[in-house]
Write a protein that binds this ligand. Sequence first.
Ligand code: PLP
Length: 428
Amino acid sequence: MTASRSESLFGRAQRVLPGGVNSPVRAFRGVGGTPFFVRSAEGSRITDVDGRSYIDFLGSWGPLILGHAAPAVIEAVGEALARGTSYGAPTPGEVELADLIVSAVPSMEMVRLVSSGTEAAMSAIRLARGATGRDLIIKFEGCYHGHADSLLVKAGSGGATFGVPDSLGVPEALARMTLTAPFNDLGAVERLMAARGGEVAVVIVEPVAGNMGVVPPATGFLEGLRQLCDRHGALLLFDEVITGFRLGYGGAQARYGVRPDLTCLGKIIGGGLPVGAYGGPRALMERISPLGGVYQAGTLSGNPLAVAAGLTTLRALADPAVYARLERAGATLEAGLADGARASGIPLTVNRVGSMLTAFFTDGPVTDYASAKRASTERYARFFHAMLARGVFLAASQFEAAFVSLAHSDADLEAAARAAREALTTLR
Ligand SMILES: *Cc1c(COP(=O)(O)O)cnc(C)c1O
């Protein structure tokens, strides 16, 4: 059999790109096999270089809430493109996007645009440290906030309160400044605060975790974090890079009614182009350069093409009917998976909030990283390939979210639910 175009491209890619990819999970290491290379995508569908087409529930890992190549986004980016790609000087679109973000997200009075979620989280943490004059941060196991050194940290062993590097190249001295707690475990945060609260600059959390698979916050968890931060003079940072404009126009903070001090955004606000943002109250944000002493800058920050894509995307989301539709679509997919699990007898726990969901191959419940890790990655790998063979593309890892977009038709959702029922049967 001759190699497919994807296989031969992957062969070439591995010679010049580490692992053949520019971001690790694209390499399919979590599920095995050869990744397909994309030729094009439109609406709910992605087409590979061999001409196979899939219903896509990856949505570029979250940004594409309008689907691929949304006509309004293509048009806006095209218009911006014709006027030039970058100026290194301010543009009207940046003001419009900032206005729109601060009017949508309850806790944000000012915002700084950057070029990725990683950069947003890294910069927001610098701001929190600069503003509080404290060095420690608290993060939650299984939450991902991009790959800045301070955030690639896992729990130390035994009763250690300090973190250890989760990647080679992260200095131990830096990792020790990141304390970790299990997601949804307020008691653990309380103990960390009791021991070191006076040194904690910021608690960073995904208000709905998406990067260990979808894990919703337990009742009272986010409120409890708010109270603990207030009691100990620490800032609360919601990393809404996924949840911002996905779980509602005001993000998770509007959905759950908890107001963080700082918020990170990314993904959807760039409409599929590289963007991140961080923001909060005026008094805090005015500590950033050029007004304050916390330095942060970017050659392509507020890039006009990305801003055009983001603005167009956010304007399309300004209608509450959009989120009602996403909720229904998410529920349809969830029901399909749950039916398939019942019919096949495969243990499956589906966690869903709005249009983001994860089917964990475990009896559940999945409430934190430890319970997520009980899921069978081997079963997920087989499920992933069984779905791919049926024309449905999911994330190439058990510990990621599936994203429903406004481009998914009822027929797409029914086809995916049918594929899931069949795929689950093959796993018995
Ligand atoms: C994707 C993601 C990031 C990192 O964003 P990049 O644009 O990939 O750097 C940060 N936080 C969360 C919650 C994310 O999902």
